[in-house]
Design a protein around this ligand. Structure first.
Ligand code: NAG
Ligand code: NAG
Length: 523
C-alpha cells in the first residue's frame, strides 16, 4: 500500500513517456505516432489508458499507485472513498502480468483498469460492504455482487468502496445528501460548499476528481442521475435488470439498477459492456438480456447518429421550474445544437399526470418502496455469512444503541421506522403498484410511442421519478456550469432497452458540446 504520493510516479511517468516519444520518433514503423507531449493519467479515458498499457507507457501498478496517491491527498477533503482495497496493487500486478503474457482476457476493455464501487455493492475480499453504516461493519457477504464478478472476470481492479448517502438515502429524511456515518460528508469537487447530491455521491465525486478511472453507482430514484449532474459526470442508469442487483444492498428490486459513473460517454459504455448481462442470482437479468445488442454497446459510439433522432421536450414542469428554468438559456442553446446535429425536436409535449408522478406520496412510489425495502433488506441481511444485524429491526436497534456514532439525534431514521411498520405487499401496496404501472403506461410510455420518440430530454436529474417508476433507462451528460462553477447535466431518457439509442444521442451531444472540465475545488 505504501506509495510516496503521486509526484514521483508522475515524474517517472513523464520521463518514461518522453523516452518513448524519442524512441518512437526514430522508430522505422510509423504506426505508433503519439501526439501531444507525454501521457497524463489525470483525465485519461479507458481508451487512453489501454493504449498507454499497449505502448508500454503505463502499467496497472503505476495507475493504482497514482490513484491511491490522489485518494491520500484529496480524500480527507472530498470524502469520496470509504475504503481502499489492500489488495489493489496485487491485483494490478496480476493484470500487468496477464497483459505481458498476452492472456486472452487482457483484450477486454476494462482489463487492468481500477474501478471504485459504491459501498452498497458487495465484494468478497478484504473490503467491507456497509452502505456507509457502522451497523454492517464486519459483516461478511456470501459472494461478490453479480456486477463485481463480471468486473473481476474482465480483469478490472476493485480499487475500493465509494461513499454515499447512508443506506442509499433510505434511512432518514433529514440527513444531508452524501453523508454517511462511515464515509463522513462527501464534498462536491467543483464547489466544496455545494451538495454532491446522492446517493451515489462517492462514485461521482471520485470519478470527477480523478481519484479513480471509473466507478459504479446504484439508483432507485435519482441516485445515479443526480450526483452525475452535480459532479459534471457521465452516467448511465440502465434499464432495471440489464445489470445484476444480486449482492447489492437493496432498496427495491422493482426499481434498483446498477450503472457506470465516469467522465465520458465512451468510458460509461466500456463499463456497461462489462457489467450488463445474465446473472444466475438475479432473475430479472434473464429477461433483460434480450436488450443487449449483438456486439455490445461500443458500436453506438458514433458522433453522427443524432441525425434523425426524435427528441421530446416536456416544458411543464421541466423547463418552467427547477434546473431547467435556472439554466433556460443554456438549454435553449443545447436544443439548437441538437437540431444542428440533425436531431428532430418535438417541443411542448405533456406527460399525463406529471404532477402525480413527481410526487412520491401521490404516485404510490413511497408506499411501494417502504414495503419493498423491508422485504428485500431483510432477505439481504439473512443471506450474509456473518453479520451484526439480521433484519431491519436489528439495524434500527443498532442505530438507537449507537445513536452518537450514527448521528440519530441529528438526522433520525424516519424512513427506516416507516418501512419497519409495513407488513409485506398488502392491499395498499398492490394498489400503489398498480397506480405506478398505470402512471407509466398513460404517461411516459404513451408519450414516447405516440410521438415515436427516441428519447425525452430533461434537465439534470429532474425526470428521475418518471424513469424510476417504470424501470426505464437514462443517461446524464454534463451540460454546463452556473456563475459559481456549479455543474449541471442533461438527461436523455428512453423506453426499456433503449440504451443503444440513448448512447448514440448522449455521445453525439457530448462530442458536439465537450462541456466537461475537471473540478476546480472552489470553497
Ligand atoms: C473492514 O472493517 C474492519 C473492521 O471491522 C477493519 O479492520 C478493516 O480494516 C476494514 N477493511 C478495510 C479494507 O478497510
Ligand atoms: C389502472 O388501469 C387499469 C386498466 O386500465 C384499471 O382497471 C385500474 O383501475 C387502474 N388503477 C389505478 C389505481 O389507476
Amino acid at each position: 500500500m505504501a506509495t510516496n504520493g503521486n509526484s514521483s510516479l508522475i515524474n517517472s511517468h513523464f520521463s518514461i513517456s518522453s523516452v518513448l516519444l524519442i524512441l518512437l520518433a526514430i522508430s522505422p514503423s510509423g504506426s505508433h505516432i503519439i501526439t501531444g507531449y507525454g501521457f497524463s493519467i489525470r483525465e485519461a479515458t479507458i481508451d487512453d489508458l489501454q493504449l498507454a498499457f499497449k505502448q508500454n507507457q503505463l502499467t496497472s501498478r503505476q495507475l493504482v499507485e497514482f490513484y491511491i496517491g490522489e485518494i491520500r491527498k484529496l480524500n480527507p477533503v472530498l470524502h469520496g472513498v470509504i475504503e481502499v482495497n489492500p489488495d489493489a496493487l496485487y491485483e494490478a500486478d496480476k493484470a500487468d502480468h496477464e497483459r505481458n503474457a498476452k492472456a486472452p482476457r487482457s483484450l477486454s476493455g476494462l482489463h487492468g483498469i481500477p474501478v471504485l464501487v459504491k459501498d452498497t455493492i458487495g465484494t468478497k475480499d478484504k473490503l467491507n460492504t456497509t452502505a456507509g453504516s457502522f451497523a454492517l461493519l464486519g459483516s461478511v457477504v456470501p459472494r461478490d455482487a453479480g456486477v463485481v464478478t463480471k468486473l473481476r472476470n474482465a480483469g478490472a481492479i476493485i480499487l475500493g468502496k465509494a461513499s454515499l448517502s447512508e443506506w442509499a438515502n433510505f434511512r432518514s429524511l433529514a440527513a444531508p445528501s452524501g453523508f454517511s456515518a462511515r464515509g463522513a460528508q462527501g464534498k462536491n469537487p467543483y464547489v466544496l460548499s455545494v451538495t454532491p447530491c446522492g446517493s451515489s455521491s462517492g462514485p461521482a465525486i471520485s470519478a470527477a476528481a480523478n481519484l479513480v478511472a471509473v466507478a459504479l453507482g446504484t439508483e432507485t430514484d435519482g441516485s445515479i442521475l443526480c450526483p452525475a449532474s452535480f459532479n459534471s459526470i457521465v452516467s448511465i442508469k440502465p434499464t432495471v435488470g440489464l445489470t445484476s442487483r444480486a449482492g447489492v444492498i437493496p432498496v427495491s428490486p422493482r426499481q434498483d439498477t446498477i450503472g457506470p459513473i465516469t467522465r465520458t460517454v465512451s468510458d460509461s459504455v466500456h463499463v456497461l459492456n462489462t457489467i450488463a448481462g445474465f446473472d444466475y442470482n438475479d432473475k430479472a437479468t434473464k429477461s433483460a438480456s434480450k436488450y443487449i445488442p449483438r456486439g455490445g454497446y461500443k458500436q453506438f459510439l458514433n458522433a453522427y447518429r443524432l441525425k434523425g433522432k426524435r427528441l421530446g421536450i416536456v416544458r411543464n414542469p421541466f423547463f418552467t421550474s427547477g434546473t431547467g428554468s435556472l439554466h433556460a438559456k443554456a438549454f435553449e442553446h443545447h436544443f439548437q445544437t441538437l437540431r444542428q446535429e440533425g436531431a428532430i425536436l418535438i417541443d411542448h409535449l405533456e406527460i399525463a399526470n406529471i404532477d402525480v408522478i413527481l410526487d412520491v406520496t401521490l404516485s404510490g412510489e413511497a408506499t411501494a418502496l417502504l414495503a419493498e425495502f423491508k422485504l428485500s433488506l431483510n432477505a439481504y441481511l439473512k443471506d450474509l455469512l456473518v453479520s451484526p444485524v439480521r433484519s431491519l429491526a436489528d439495524v434500527i436497534a443498532f442505530d438507537n444503541k449507537f445513536s452518537d456514532l450514527e448521528k440519530i439525534k441529528e438526522y433520525g431514521q424516519a424512513i427506516f421506522l416507516a418501512s419497519q411498520a409495513t407488513n409485506g405487499i398488502g392491499n395498499n401496496e398492490k394498489a400503489a403498484l398498480l397506480n405506478l404501472k398505470n402512471l407509466s403506461r398513460d404517461g411516459f410510455e404513451k408519450l414516447m410511442r405516440k410521438y415515436r420518440l427516441d428519447a425525452l430530454v430533461t434537465p439534470g436529474p429532474d425526470a428521475a421519478p418518471v424513469l424510476a417508476i417504470g424501470g426505464f433507462p437514462g443517461i446524464n451528460v454534463p451540460a454546463g456550469y452556473d456563475n459559481n462553477c456549479v455543474p449541471f447535466g442533461i438527461t436523455f431518457g428512453g423506453l426499456k432497452g433503449s440504451e443503444p439509442t440513448l448512447i448514440e444521442i448522449a455521445y453525439g451531444f457530448e462530442q458536439a458540446t465537450e462541456i466537461r472540465k475537471p473540478p476546480s475545488f472552489k470553497p
